[in-house]
Ligand binder design. Structure first.
Ligand code: SAM
Length: 289
């Protein structure tokens, strides 16, 4: 399709919205892209080729989907809003490699779409559920090669943050356990209709085959991480001791920290992923003693 006829041309998007009298739904986080350069950056960061099967989360009216259809082998476009389905059937009618699925992505078996291979996931994500979507992809061990998505700029910074920075937290650790994050580009509000109130960024998460740290009990480590960042100004020892889903005494945490050569009043925001894995393994040992 000629670029001028694509939905990335703002005029085409406006005409399509008018034609279908489409009403934007705030509750679905609908901000449609109207900038082809941004979409090109997503496609090239995700290294999409004809060999790839791509799952697009929330295609909207199909703006990025048109580019994906032209560059990928197969595209599954999962959209929750049933009012968008007839529009997608129209805007994607000339592509025979796209399947539109009217479903909530959080209730979709993405792994099944992958078949025997690995998929690439792309999206201009609905910002109200960014973290649940990313975490469900990782925690369900979806066979994804990479996840290249538009998110709120501040969320992209949190995903990429290193220990000691103010953006560092449970999301940084979770993302960095499963993938290597890389911020591809910052994207201003005028690249969308309607304009969001916040800045956005494209981030690529390259999924690891094997996590970068070894830990005996993944769930325990993530509970410890959540406990540590639950009350930010508390020491790690108090955070873990007071976290209802964990059953460790202050003394047990203190002795594990000492064994790691850390002060007993250390705060979670200074610990690296490797240190959380070590702490988790030491506490797991205490639990079985
Ligand atoms: N990809 C389009 C674009 O860039 O123009 C639309 C992006 S818009 C930020 C987010 C899209 O996700 C909307 O189309 C919205 O209806 C859809 N969406 C919201 N929640 C969803 C969910 N739980 N499952 C699938 N799609 C969802």
């Amino acid at each position: 399709m000629e670029d001028a006829k694509k939905l990335s041309n703002p005029q085409v998007t406006i005409e399509t919205i008018k034609k279908y009298r489409f009403a934007f739904q705030k509750r679905f986080g609908q901000n449609f892209l109207i900038d082809g350069h941004v979409i090109d950056k997503i496609i090239s960061a995700a290294e999409i080729t004809k060999k790839d099967t791509v799952v697009e989360i929330g295609p909207g009216i199909g703006t990025m989907t048109q580019y994906l259809a032209e560059n990928a082998g197969r595209v599954y476009a999962v959209e929750i809003d049933k009012n968008l389905i007839p529009i997608l059937e129209d805007t994607l009618s000339e592509y025979d490699n796209v399947q539109i699925i009217n479903q909530d992505i959080l209730k979709t078996d993405i792994a099944q779409l992958a078949g025997d291979g690995r998929i690439k996931i792309t999206a201009n994500l609905p910002y109200y559920i960014t973290t649940p979507i990313i975490m469900s992809i990782f925690e369900n061990h979806v066979p994804a090669e990479s996840v290249t998505v538009m998110v709120q700029k501040e969320v992209a910074q949190r995903m990429q943050a290193k220990p000691g920075s103010k953006e560092y937290g449970a999301l940084s650790l979770a993302v960095q356990y499963y993938a290597e994050p890389y911020i591809v580009a910052n994207v201003p509000p005028n690249c969308f209709i309607p304009r969001p109130n916040v800045g956005s960024a494209v981030i690529r998460l390259k999924c690891y085959d094997i996590p970068p740290v070894k830990v005996s009990d993944e769930k325990l480590m993530f509970d410890i991480i959540r406990a540590s960042f639950n009350q930010r100004r508390k020491t790690l020892q108090n955070g873990i001791k007071n976290f209802s889903e964990l059953d460790f005494s202050g003394e047990q945490v203190k002795s594990a920290l000492l064994e790691m050569g850390l002060p007993e009043n250390v705060r979670g925001e200074t610990l690296s992923l490797e240190q959380f894995a070590e702490l988790s393994d030491l506490l797991a040992k205490h639990r079985v003693l």
